[in-house]
Design a protein around this ligand. Structure first.
Ligand SMILES: Cc1ncc(COP(=O)(O)O)c(C=O)c1O
Length: 337
């Protein structure tokens, strides 16, 4: 099958970019030093590809992701790097599960569910989950008193990872990692988990990197100039208008329901994207480009998304491509909650 023959909209992954990204990340963070975050791609087939390279300890954001990984036989070491109160579903799974906790309530939920191990989640500057650094030791004592194994700490510097200024990321990290280091000293345990794609070569504290976006990247992350390649696109068919023969714009059949848009519009090589609506993308040739895009009804165009996670989670299938050839199809089987 050729890419042109796929039903559209279709989510495409470039195999060469994927393999390049896994090899690049794996050279710096081999084996379980990398804890790939499956929330970025929600696909057990891709998780298996990582496991085959030795990265068989995963990070997840939802209970559904943990359940799906366990059911796929990928449960060797799963971290739910998120706070949950309905942990009961985790109890009976065939997997070794650790959950993040940042309060007495989340810790109680883990203990009641029979989850064996926790990480104390520390707020390192992102106003989201995580306890205060100074509170971590007390929570660890409490967790141990409830019979939980405390493996260490986690702290995610999500307020820094997307900053395109490398020096600013470094500055922010020195504060963030001081908070995490202090907490780790109080908590103890072998694990310090954190980091992301944007700080992959700057986070000098963590024992395991929680990165996900690097697998296929997006235009937002590409602004950082990292050595990972953009391999994700949404294939659309031009269904109206056309940029040849004097038409001002063309309309593709991939809209908001196929894209994560919180980081902005998708891009199309050689074109200017005007706007995206529910089912459509409207664009015109970019006259500043070396080869402004010329398309007519029936042609295919590729949209490069600005944010990988919420783009992939809107699709049921990921088509693997090698040039113009479709080589495989993977189910996005970890969707839902
Ligand atoms: C808890 C946690 N760890 C790590 C990451 C890193 O992901 P990325 O590779 O997108 O930087 C995220 C992303 O949002 C996250 O929520």
């Amino acid at each position: 099958v050729r890419v042109h023959d796929l039903p559209t909209p279709a989510l495409l992954a470039d195999v060469a970019a994927l393999d390049h990204n896994l090899a690049t990340m794996g050279a710096r963070w081999p084996g379980r030093a990398l804890r790939p975050h499956v929330k970025a791609f929600k696909c057990t087939a891709l998780a298996r590809r990582l496991a085959e390279r030795g990265h068989d300890a995963f990070c997840a954001a939802t209970i559904r992701e943990i359940e799906g990984l366990a059911a796929a036989g990928l449960g060797a070491d799963l971290l739910l790097a998120n706070e949950v109160l309905d942990a009961g579903r985790l109890g009976g799974l065939d997997a070794h599960i650790t959950v993040a906790v940042d309060s007495e309530a989340t810790l109680d939920a883990a203990a009641r569910a029979g989850v064996p191990a926790v990480l104390i989640d520390v707020n390192v500057g992102l106003p989201r989950c995580g306890c205060e650094s100074a509170e971590a030791g007390r929570l660890a004592d409490l967790a141990r008193s409830r019979g939980l194994e405390v493996r260490g700490v986690m702290g995610y510097e999500g307020h820094l990872v997307g900053n395109p200024d490398r020096d600013a990321r470094d500055d922010g990290l020195s504060t963030a990692l001081t908070l995490l280091r202090r907490a780790w000293e109080d908590v103890g345990g072998p694990v310090c988990s954190g980091g992301g794609t944007g700080t992959w070569d700057q986070n000098s504290l963590v024992t395991e990197l929680q990165a996900g976006s690097f697998v296929l990247m997006d235009t937002h992350y590409s602004r950082l100039g990292l050595p990972f390649q953009e391999g994700l696109s949404v294939l659309a068919t031009v269904i109206s208008g056309g940029t040849t023969r004097g038409r001002r714009y063309a309309v593709g059949n991939a809209g908001l329901k196929t894209l994560g848009m919180d980081h902005g519009n998708p891009t199309i090589d050689g074109a200017k994207v005007w706007f995206v609506s529910d089912e459509h993308v409207t664009f015109s040739p970019d006259d500043d480009a070396d080869t402004p895009l010329a398309v007519t009804v029936g042609d295919r165009v590729r949209l490069r998304p600005a944010h990988i996670d919420p783009t992939i989670s809107q699709h049921e299938l990921l088509w693997l491509i090698d040039g113009d050839e479709v080589v495989d199809r993977w189910e996005i089987d970890l969707r839902g909650w």
